[in-house]
Write a protein that binds this ligand. Sequence first.
Ligand code: TEU
Ligand code: CA
Length: 560
Amino acid sequence: MERKWWKESVVYQIYPRSFMDSNGDGIGDLRGIISKLDYLKELGIDIIWLSPVYESPNDDNGYDISDYQSIMDEFGTMEDWEALLHEVHKRDMKLIMDLVVNHSSDEHPWFVESRKSKDNPYRDYYIWRPGKNGKEPNNWESCFGGSAWQYDETTGEYYLHLFSKKQPDLNWENPKLRQELYDMMRWWLDKGIDGFRMDVINFISKEPGLPDAPNPEGRKYVPGGRYYMNGPRIHEFLQEMHKEVFSKYDIMTVGEMPGVTPEEAVLYTGEDRHEVHMVFQFEHMELDSGPGGKWDVKPWRLKDLKAVMSKWQKSLEGKGWNSLYLNNHDQPRMVSRFGDDRTYLEESAKMLATFLHMLQGTPYIYQGEEIGMTNVRFPSIEDYKDIETLNMYREKVFENGEEIEKVMDSIYKKGRDNARTPVQWDDSEHAGFTSGTPWIAVNPNYKEVNVKKALQDKNSVFHYYKKLIQLRKQHEIIVYGTYDLILEDHDQIYAYTRTLGEQKLLVICNFFSGNPVFELPSNLRYTKKELLISNYDTDPEERIENMVLKPYEARVYRLV
Ligand code: TEU
Ligand code: CA
């Protein structure tokens, strides 16, 4: 398997609005990020993924871009951005930017032109269709609720928006549009960035004819994902993008791909495919979603997590490359979702980090995860900001009359604002995030969970993450070893091995608060064992053939 810098790296995702505010307006900004780069260097980060900082009306907090080549005023200036890139590179770290080209903002000049008339030169930069029998052109539902089509008076047609009404989908069938986007990408790469995270990039090829989705329940709108996920020209577009742009730079690309399967991911990430280096898949992010989707919350099961993660590890082995993540700006906090954010916060945060970082792939750390930041429970919907949450609340409570407590409970469990409360830097007011009033309230647990406290406590989650990252640099088996699941049927222990030549890594994770017995499989023989890391004080000489594990206990041994 080819050695690559992006295979050996650890990525840290910054959601700039909530990371650090330098000028007291309550909104995180670029100067705030610069002030925290030494902290990221201390953690051992190689690459920073910066969520969008481009000009935007912030209908979807920057994922609705009105000018791809200028910086959002609230975040600072292009000079601030240049300074950030310089300071990142000065610390021998890399910077990848968020590329949002499935859609733009409706305030982008291209869309302002496009909606003026049917024969406007920019009309075909977007996806316009006449209505059908006085209704939308098809029955697709937006990811943010309601129809995926918005009627526009001026020309009496509808435009497609898979997300909010203010995020019109770009028409990738139009070669002129594609070339303008490639020019923009080159413009950023020529500034010296080190790659892109590509927002819902597998949505850009839609099924010709935009057919209705099957609707047996007779719903008003239905998810039309099968007609825009991994569409007929997606590989052609990505290979064109690679040929026109990526092939000319030594960069890293990661495609966010809701609905992608391992078989498709081999086509997207195969080293001979010249498309992207890795993808964000979502199967492990849907284990607690019932048939009604993300807000239809059900308990996740360890057996399903084992099955999904093992499938992805084995399917891409030697054929592609995995991204590894358990949370980001769209997902609830991992320690609340998969661990125990009350009784065993630190133990379970460290166990989950061990589980993830010892897998094969490039690990992604989402801001605050490294200190065990948790979900939040704001008392009222008024405290929430995310358009996805607010649209869902309005639809369920005001239109469908659902019970507020039930809807609020699903927001507590799955809402995206769980990940967007300000990073908790210390125990001062607003957790040291801002000297003003934060755009969204700080999680009330900031006095217990904050960076200042974590840096001072050598047994903190932070220092544990730092050690995990150091291990990755010291042992190439962590990057290049093959994965094999063991104890497959155990309902509390997730254990697996990594193999590289004669070496083995044995990873043992107790996912719950019980005291299960770990029994070493008889075929796992060794002459020497070395305890690399554990989240409790552990005697490295302790025999491992039969071990009673502690709550959320994690151990990693190197066996030879
Ligand atoms: O997310 C794509 C996506 O699928 C999300 O809608 C996610 O699945 C959902 O929010 C989970 O509840 C990307 C960005 O990461 C997200 O922040 C944007 O809102 C979205 O695209 C539109 O740009
Ligand atoms: Ca600010």
